[in-house]
Every structure is written in C-alpha cells, then in structure tokens.
Design a protein around this ligand. Structure first.
Ligand SMILES: Nc1nc2c(ncn2[C@@H]2O[C@H](COP(=O)(O)OP(=O)(O)OP(=O)(O)O)[C@@H](O)[C@H]2O)c(=O)[nH]1
Length: 307
C-alpha cells in the first residue's frame, strides 16, 4: 500500500490471508486495513486501486461493513475510469479470452466483459480522454455508459482533471444515501445488449407490506428469480449487480434500499427521513442494474408480490 501524507508517500505492507483482496474471506481485507490504521494513525481516505481486470462486485461487499460490527472504515463508493477512445471497442469486442468474465452456465445471453462489470457497479464514472474523441463519439460513449448504469454520476475529463475531489471522487456516500430521483422512469435505452438499468415504481407501501418487499428482493438477489412464476418461467437468467431504492410508507416513514450483488440492506428512515428533499413522497422507486433484465415483468411481479 502506498500512503500519502502531506505530499510524501510511504509504502506499507498489508498482509492478506491468500494474496488477493477479493479472494480473501470477508473480514480479512477489512481487518488488515484496520490494523494498519491502528499502527499508523487515522487516515482521511483510503483509495483502493484495483487491477484493471478486477470485478468491483466481488470487492464491494468486503468493505460494506455492517454498522453493528463497529468498524471505523466504510465503503464510500466505486469510481470507474473509462477511456473514451477505447471503451466502445472494449464493450463490443472482448478481444482476449481473459477479458471475458466467467459466468455460471445457467446464465443466458452474451458474455460480459470486465468493462461491463466495472461500469455497472460504479457510483461514479469518469469518462477520460475526451480530447481525443469528437463530439459524436463522446455522445455515443455517454449514451452507452448511461444505458448500462443509469444511477452513476458521470464526469467527462481530459487527463483525469476534475474540479474537486469532495463529492466527485471522495465523500460520495454512495452506500449510505440513496438518490434515485434523477433516474428517468420511462424511456430507458437498451443500447447495451448485456446490461441495463431498470426503474420500478413502488406504490405507497403499507407497513405490513415491508416483509413482502423484503421477500421479493431476496428472491431477486439471492435466487435470481421473480417469485411465484411458473416452472417454465423459472429459467429467467438475470443477474442483478446493483439495487437502490427509496420507498414511501403510508405511516409517513420511508425505507432506503441498497444492494450490491446478493448483499442488500433495507434501512428504515422513520418519519423524519421522508420528504427530506422538500417534496412529500407518495410513491417509491427501485432501480435495478443488471444482466438480462430487459423484457422481464419486474414491475407486475412486484405489484403481485406485494398483494
Ligand atoms: N490525450 C490524452 N491523453 C491522455 C489522457 N489521459 C491520459 N493520457 C495519456 O495516455 C497515456 C496512457 O495513460 P493511461 O491510458 O492513463 O494509462 P493507465 O490507465 O494509467 O495505465 P495502467 O494504469 O497501467 O492501466 C499516457 O501517455 C497519458 O499521458 C487524456 O485525457 N487525453
């Protein structure tokens, strides 16, 4: 690890059980960083730069630590840097077999590239090298990124220059806040054949429907099925990478939903949490980002499951 402090950089060793952060068991990575903090004092931020082939969906759950475990670190967000000149090629033509991500055999559809995974899990996408592409190409890149991940904030840069760190790369709070408001509920493009973003409208929830919503999410995220569908429909072959939601409850409270792969959390906000954006919410939204979502009746299925 390289630690930067007031301009100087120090190397520190971080010992992991089996060499690779995302292959270590859940607590090893967190424990190693915590022991580093104990030895070297508090850090302002920890930036973990993965290898170019890393799957953020494997890493995020390691650092998304339960509040109850009392860890001093938390997952702030995932930033993906996109090369404007090459990204469309990367997404369309997985040139080398090592760039094709292994998938469970049951999963239908084309193979995902690492680029798909890195964009679909991102909370922020930096589209860099904007100076080497023309307006039309940049427009295509932007549209493709948005179609894969409608939740991520997109910044366009030259030589990676961003106006400020806070709120752009740091202090994102992507896992403890939910901002699904800006995602268009209609007219999603499905420019990418693999991954898309889907928005589901959730009617004002009665408090006793909370458990049903949780059961529905479990079926989606843990079993990759829409519940109560018939045997023939069983092989739906979708995978959800990221879920965020904001649900309005009829007692005046609200629920936030956060998930990455099969790890998810429903956070009860109480009455104060509602209308924090100045508007009284009458219905909620769940946004799903994943593979094979297009054409499946998520909206109808949720309404049916809520009863
Ligand atoms: N024209 C232009 N060149 C850039 C920009 N950003 C980086 N470069 C140049 O691109 C070359 C390759 O750099 P990168 O593509 O950033 O390489 P990298 O991703 O850091 O490489 P790895 O981390 O090893 O994968 C360098 O010569 C950079 O100066 C940019 O926005 N515009």
């Amino acid at each position: 690890m390289t630690i930067s402090q007031e301009g100087s950089q120090v190397e520190e060793w971080l010992e992991l059980a089996n060499g690779c952060l995302c292959c270590s068991i859940k607590d090893t990575g967190v424990a190693a960083i915590e022991s580093l903090i104990t030895r070297r004092g508090t850090f302002d931020y920890i930036m973990l730069e993965t290898s170019g082939l890393a799957d953020p969906g494997n890493l995020a759950p390691l650092f998304w630590v339960d509040d109850g475990l009392g860890s001093s670190i938390y997952l702030d967000g995932i930033v993906t840097l996109v090369d404007a000149k090459n990204i469309l090629l990367n997404l369309d033509e997985p040139a080398a077999p090592e760039n094709i991500v292994a998938q469970e055999p049951s999963h239908k559809g084309p193979h995902l590239t690492t680029a798909h995974l890195q964009i679909s899990h991102a909370d922020v996408v930096i589209i860099n090298k904007c100076d080497v592409v023309d307006h039309e190409q940049l427009e295509k890149v932007r549209a493709r990124v948005k179609s894969i991940n409608g939740l991520a904030k997109i910044h366009e840069t030259r030589f990676g220059e961003i106006p400020q760190l806070e709120g752009v790369l740091l202090d994102l709070h992507a896992y403890d806040r939910v901002e699904v408001g800006e995602v268009e509920s209609k007219g999603h493009s499905h420019l990418d054949p693999n991954i898309s973003t889907l928005t589901i409208q959730v009617p004002l929830l009665h408090p006793n429907q909370r458990d049903r919503l949780e059961t529905w999410l479990r079926a989606l995220l843990w079993e990759s099925v829409l519940p109560s569908t018939t045997e023939e429909d069983g092989e739906q072959g979708f995978t959800i990478h990221r879920v965020k939601g904001q649900i309005a409850v009829s007692d005046g409270s609200s629920i936030l939903i956060q998930g990455v792969r099969d790890v998810f959390e429903m956070i009860d906000q109480g009455v104060e949490g509602r209308g924090s954006e100045g508007v009284e919410q009458r219905e909620g939204k769940i946004v799903l980002i994943g593979k094979g979502l297009v054409g499946l009746p998520f909206q109808e299925n949720l309404l049916g499951s809520l009863g």
